[in-house]
Design a protein around this ligand. Structure first.
Ligand code: ARG
Length: 400
């Protein structure tokens, strides 16, 4: 592939990505490393991260606030898709990767770089998402992935970094690997590697435990327009504020914790703990408003598309023709998805307790009622069922 001269590196401030800076220069002959750190609402001290990259030898250190595009262009499509990988994981980490990769490519173009780099290891999904996104958006750019190639242990990585003035992590040894953004927290490794070990309370950061959650339930109303969440308890909110508010309310009641076995792209099963209080709450509400406003055949077809959509995004194909075609289907299905869902939060649970859509409800009480107002034509049922069941009748005549 030839050498890269000037490289844009996805930078988090952690040891691995910091070590990537001298390593790229020393071992790969890169002349200039430009670090880029994304603000995805993780609450990191970005100024400190910026300085850290410079002291590790980056020629430029950039930070970009990507919170709004992250929510509007990545999380909201996932909500419209009710996206749950393997029926469970709402992709809180996965959704950030194509956005960061797209930004790396943009910066590379602006600054005339000939390569991009990341510090992912060879075992995870994130490398797949970065690599595939970069291949899709900029196949001409060189892709450098030192952490996948250097074969250093954690201790060796820290020692390598120390030679180049990279300070080792000061905090007392935290055994967990944590990824955090506005959509949630992913926790793995340490004692969690035994899938039978119950996660201790210390692994959680943004959701209450059962005992710390309020002893009184709380009702929350979530309103949707064209399938997008737009208000909580009647208060109109922009996409970022709505996620923040949903996180707070839902997290306070301890909703949104997951403890799952997940199938990684690279064929490994891994044990994952997630806290995604707001995102899971909004998906739950969205599923409910769809059940009121969409017809049965559309719901069942969409259900299959959703599953595939989540799989594609998990596996790195955010930018792909199939994903784009599925998006067209999903977006087209959302015009009538308007209304409000009422949910009761209590001690780790979120139960739907009401739903309404002034404009688009397909629930007609004159049809459903068992009372006097009943408009359903009972007698028509008989002829319909005769025809509906005809194949069964014929089969029986012939074969029984
Ligand atoms: N398994 C999840 C995913 O692939 C999350 C991985 C998060 N990374 C971490 N260091 N905990 O989306």
């Amino acid at each position: 592939m030839g050498r890269a001269r000037k490289v844009v590196l996805a930078y988090s401030g952690g040891v691995d990505t910091s070590v990537c800076i001298p390593y790229l220069k020393k071992e790969y002959g890169v002349e200039e490393v430009i670090a880029f750190a994304a603000d995805l609402g993780q609450g990191d001290e970005l100024d400190a991260i910026k300085k850290k990259a410079i002291s590790a030898g980056a020629s430029q250190s950039l930070v970009g606030n990507l919170v709004m595009p992250f929510i509007k262009d990545f999380a909201f499509p996932a909500i419209r898709s009710n996206a749950l990988y393997q029926g469970k994981y709402p992709l809180s980490t996965a959704l950030a990767r194509p956005l960061i990769a797209r930004k790396l490519v943009e910066i590379a173009r602006e600054l005339n770089a000939d390569g991009v780099a990341h510090g992912c290891t060879g075992k995870g999904n994130d490398q797949v998402r970065f690599d595939v996104t970069i291949a899709a958006l900029a196949p001409d750019l060189k892709l450098l992935t030192p952490a996948r190639e250097w074969g250093m242990s954690r201790e060796e990585t820290i020692a390598y970094g120390e030679k180049y003035g990279i300070v080792p992590p000061v905090s007392k040894k935290n055994p967990y690997s944590i990824d955090l953004n506005l959509l949630g927290r992913s926790i793995e490794a340490g004692p969690l590697e035994d899938p039978y070990v119950m996660p201790s309370e210390e692994v959680f950061g943004i959701t209450s435990s059962f005992s710390n959650a309020p002893d009184e339930p709380e009702l929350v109303e979530i309103s949707f327009e064209n399938g997008n969440p737009v208000a909580i308890n009647g208060e109109g909110l922009d996409p970022v504020s709505i996620i923040k508010k949903a996180n707070i309310i839902s997290g306070k009641h301890g909703f949104g914790r997951l403890d799952i076995i997940e199938d990684r792209v690279v064929g490994i099963k891994s044990r994952e703990i997630y806290e995604t209080p707001g995102l899971l709450l909004l998906i739950k509400a969205h599923q409910e408003i769809e059940s009121l406003t969409l017809p049965a055949d559309l719901l069942s077809t969409k259900f299959r598309i959703e599953r595939q959509w989540a799989e594609l995004v998990y596996q790195g194909f955010w930018f792909s023709p199939l994903k784009e075609a599925l998006d067209a289907f999903i977006n087209n299905s959302q015009k009538q998805v308007n209304g409000t869902v009422k949910i009761r939060l209590f001690k780790g649970n979120a139960d739907v307790v009401g739903r309404q859509s002034i404009k688009n409800s397909l629930y007609i009480s004159d049809m459903s009622t068992y009372g006097r107002e009943d408009k359903f034509q009972h007698k028509s049922a008989e002829g319909f069922i005769y025809v509906w069941g005809l194949p069964s009748r014929i089969w029986s005549w012939i074969n029984k």
